[in-house]
Design a protein around this ligand. Structure first.
Ligand code: AKG
Length: 269
């Protein structure tokens, strides 16, 4: 792993990042949207095969594809997007150390597709059992690239603004479905007391945010599917390349609570 020596972001962008734990980069993949859209169509037509790519369906509509993960070993173009220079250099600059892909997914939010309950991603990762995040580990970062427009109507990402990068707070969680205790989300009373900001995105826009930032999204109330790709990156110093192990572990126990945080999907088998 080489050192981070790029400088892609302005001082103003870095200041916003430090104060908010997220950053919006309009048009980052604008010139790749036609390809991305075709590739997502290809992947959505693959026969479900949980030993390879992993497909998930809407909780209340088992025929409606909601998410596909672990597809880069089977798709060169997508592999280049998630592990290529554009994302890796940007994420490494924000992380202040070399970053490596931890996992990737496509979120399909079809018309009527379910919400993502309020959560902090990091609760599901290594620090899940702690009461606050470990200050010694640079936060894992997610990048989303909007392939379709994400709007208030179709359930764009919502975040808690002014959440400082150095906040270590883990917000208490609850299980809203007594019959499915593995589905955890931020406690409703706390969610209601927080200020939420909707972040609409255009095709090709990127949003980067930390595993500590509370976020959520609402159902898709439009009549079109909203497709977004997500990559999650860990600091290489935190265990190196853990991607294959992550998927091997998840395949053994896909319904474990750590994979269900804020997640409205049920595995395909
Ligand atoms: O795609 C969305 O609407 C939000 C996704 C999200 O929060 C997640 O996948 O953790």
């Amino acid at each position: 792993m080489t050192q981070v020596n790029t400088k892609l972001l302005t001082e103003e962008q870095v200041k916003f990042w430090n104060e908010n734990s997220y950053i919006h980069i309009p048009g980052l993949f604008k010139n790749r949207i036609a390809e991305l859209s075709t590739w997502i169509d290809e992947i959505s037509n693959w026969e479900p095969d949980f030993d390879k790519w992993m497909s998930y369906y809407e909780m209340d509509n088992p025929n409606q594809l909601s998410r596909v993960e672990n597809f880069i070993p089977y798709h060169e173009g997508m592999k280049e997007i998630f592990t290529g220079q554009t994302i890796i250099e940007l994420i490494s600059e924000l992380m202040k150390e070399p970053a490596v892909l931890y996992k990737e997914r496509i979120n399909f939010k079809s018309p009527g597709g379910g919400p993502h309950a309020a959560h902090q991603d990091g609760v599901a990762y290594e620090q899940g059992e702690n009461s606050s995040f470990d200050p010694e580990i640079a936060p894992y970062l997610s990048i989303l690239v909007s392939v379709d427009e994400a709007t208030e109507e179709n359930g764009c990402l919502q975040v808690v603004p002014n959440w400082p990068l150095d906040s270590l707070e883990i917000i208490p969680m609850e299980a809203p479905f007594p019959e499915r205790p593995e589905y955890m989300k931020i406690k409703q009373s706390i969610e209601d007391s927080l200020t939420w900001k909707k972040l609409p995105t255009q095709p090709g826009d990127a949003l980067i945010f930390t595993e500590r930032l509370p976020h959520r999204s609402e159902p898709n109330q439009s009549d079109k599917t909203r497709r977004i790709i997500y990559g999650v990156y860990n600091p290489f110093s935190d265990g190196g390349d853990k991607r294959e192990k992550y998927y091997a572990d998840k395949r053994k126990n896909p319904n474990d609570a750590r994979y269900m945080v804020g997640n409205p999907h049920a595995p395909s088998n």
